[in-house]
Design a protein around this ligand. Structure first.
Ligand SMILES: [Zn+2]
Length: 429
C-alpha cells in the first residue's frame, strides 16, 4: 500500500502506461494524439487548407506534435499560451545496414543517439521499436516489446579494471546481440516484416531504436518514487497533453492553449520536427491566417504569447551533493522546478518567474528553483531556441529527476501530477 498522497496517483499510473507504450518519439506522439482525440481534438493535415473553426486540433509530423484549442470568440490576434516539450530520449538506434555479427552471434549495428549514459544499456533485456516506411510511402509503428536484444558486458575476469572507471568504445562495445546464426543481409528487416505480417520487400525505410522492456514501477519505502525509461522528457509530454485536454474544457479562455512537443532535442533541435525548425511558427501563423488575420494580427498575437518550456532537471543527488549548487537543492516531490541560467542556457527571466509562480499559486502547487553549480557546464533545452526563433517570451521549467539520460530514470511519484496541474493553470488563465 502506498501512503495517501495530496496528488493524484491516477495521473502517475497513466504516465507509467504512457512511458511503457512510448518506446520511440513516433509512439509518444501517437499516444498523445490518442489522448487528445478522446478529449475531442481532431487531426488537421499540413497539406490541407485550414479553416477558422473553433475546437481542438493537432498536427503530427514524424516524432513531433503541435496541438491547440481555438476557444469560442477567439480573434485573429488572440495570443497563445504554449507548453513546450520534447519527445526524444538518448538511446541506441539501428544503422542503415543493420545485419552484423561474429563467431556465430547475430548482432545489430547501432549508432548512439544523444548524450546517452552508455553503461546503463549494458546487460538489459532490450526490445526494438520505431517507424517503418512501406513501399507505398505510408508509415507503420512497430514495437517488438520482448527480450530480443542485449548488449552483454565483458566479464570482470576479462577486465579487472572495470570497477575503476569503465571505458566503453562507442563503436566496438555497444553492438547488441540478438541471437545465434549466420549473418544474412536483410535479416533484421525481414524479421520485422514477418512480425508485422508484411510481404517480403514491403519495408523500404526504417527509423528503429532499442528500449528496455522493464516496466516502469513505483519505488521506495512508501512508493514515493517512480523508476522508468524516457522520463526525460515524456513526463512533460504526458503532463502537457493532460493539461491541454483539461484546459479545452474551461470556459472563457483568454488565450489559445497550445502543446508543442518536438523531436530531436537531444541532438540540438535542428530538424524539420525540431524546435529549431519552422514547425511551431508555421502552425501558429496558419492558425492566425485561418481566422482571417493579417501579418499585423500575427505580430500582435506573438507579442502577447508566453511559452512554458518543460523538461527535466537534476534533483539533488545525495552521493554527489558537491556537483550541485550549494544553496539550490531541488528535491523529488518538491514540485516543479524553475530553471535559471543567466547566460541563457535557459530562457527564464524575472518576468517569466512571475508567470510561473502565478500558475503554481493558482494550481496550489509548491515549486522550486534550479540553477547549476558555477563550476559545472549547464544543460540546455528547447526554451532558448523557442524564444530566439519566434520572439516568444519563454520560461524554462520542469521536473527534478535522478539518473538523467540513463536507460532507467527516477523521479518523485507526485511531481508529474503537480507539473500537470501547474501547466493547466498556466494554459487556462
Ligand atoms: Zn530533456
Amino acid at each position: 500500500m502506498s501512503t495517501p498522497s495530496r496528488f493524484d496517483r491516477g495521473h502517475t499510473d497513466d504516465l507509467m502506461s504512457f512511458l511503457a507504450a512510448s518506446p520511440s518519439p513516433y509512439h509518444a506522439v501517437a499516444n498523445a494524439a490518442a489522448r487528445l482525440e478522446k478529449a475531442g481534438f481532431q487531426q488537421v493535415r499540413e497539406t490541407d487548407a485550414w479553416d477558422a473553426s473553433v475546437g481542438g486540433k493537432y498536427v503530427l509530423r514524424g516524432g513531433a506534435i503541435i496541438a491547440w484549442f481555438v476557444p469560442e470568440g477567439a480573434s485573429a490576434h488572440t495570443p497563445f499560451r504554449i507548453v513546450g516539450a520534447h519527445t526524444d530520449s538518448p538511446n541506441l538506434r539501428v544503422k542503415p545496414l543493420p545485419d552484423t555479427g561474429a563467431f556465430g552471434w547475430r548482432q545489430v549495428a547501432v549508432e548512439v543517439y544523444g548524450g546517452t549514459l552508455l553503461n546503463t544499456w549494458l546487460d538489459r533485456d532490450l526490445g526494438l521499436a520505431g517507424r517503418l516506411t512501406l513501399r507505398d510511402g505510408s508509415h507503420r509503428l512497430v514495437n517488438v516489446d520482448r527480450a530480443l536484444l542485449r548488449v552483454p558486458q565483458l566479464a570482470i575476469h576479462l577486465d579487472r579494471s572495470a570497477n575503476d572507471g569503465l571505458k566503453l568504445d562507442r563503436q566496438k562495445h555497444l553492438q547488441p546481440i540478438w541471437g545465434l546464426g549466420d549473418v544474412a543481409e536483410g535479416d533484421l528487416i525481414r524479421f520485422l516484416e514477418q512480425e508485422e505480417g508484411l510481404a517480403e520487400g514491403e519495408v523500404t525505410g526504417w527509423d528503429l531504436m532499442v528500449h528496455s522492456i522493464e516496466r516502469p514501477s513505483y519505488l521506495g519505502r512508501d512508493n514515493e518514487l517512480v523508476a522508468g525509461p524516457r522520463m526525460d522528457n515524456l513526463i512533460s509530454v504526458h503532463a502537457g497533453t493532460a493539461a491541454l485536454a483539461a484546459a479545452s474544457t474551461a470556459a472563457g479562455l483568454p488565450f489559445i492553449p497550445v502543446l508543442a512537443a518536438f523531436d530531436h532535442e537531444e541532438n540540438g533541435s535542428q530538424a524539420d520536427t525540431g524546435a529549431d525548425g519552422p514547425l511551431l511558427g508555421t502552425v501558429l501563423e496558419r492558425s492566425v491566417f485561418a481566422r482571417g488575420g493579417s501579418y499585423e494580427d500575427k505580430a500582435r498575437a506573438f507579442a502577447g504569447t508566453v511559452c512554458l518550456s518543460s523538461d527535466t532537471g537534476h534533483a539533488i543527488h545525495p552521493n554527489y551533493a558537491e556537483r550541485h549548487d550549494p544553496t539550490h537543492h531541488p528535491r523529488a516531490n518538491g514540485g516543479p522546478i524553475l530553471k535559471v541560467n543567466v547566460n541563457q542556457r535557459y530562457a527564464t527571466d524575472g518576468s517569466g518567474r512571475a508567470v510561473f509562480a502565478a500558475a503554481c499559486e493558482r494550481a496550489g502547487v509548491p515549486w522550486q528553483h534550479f540553477v547549476s553549480n558555477n563550476a559545472m557546464p549547464c544543460g540546455t533545452t528547447i526554451g532558448p531556441i523557442t524564444a530566439a526563433r519566434h520572439g516568444i517570451q519563454t520560461v524554462d521549467i520542469g521536473v527534478a529527476i535522478l539518473s538523467m539520460h540513463s536507460a532507467r530514470e527516477l523521479c518523485g511519484a507526485d511531481d508529474p501530477h503537480m507539473l500537470a496541474n501547474a501547466l493547466r493553470a498556466f494554459l487556462e488563465s
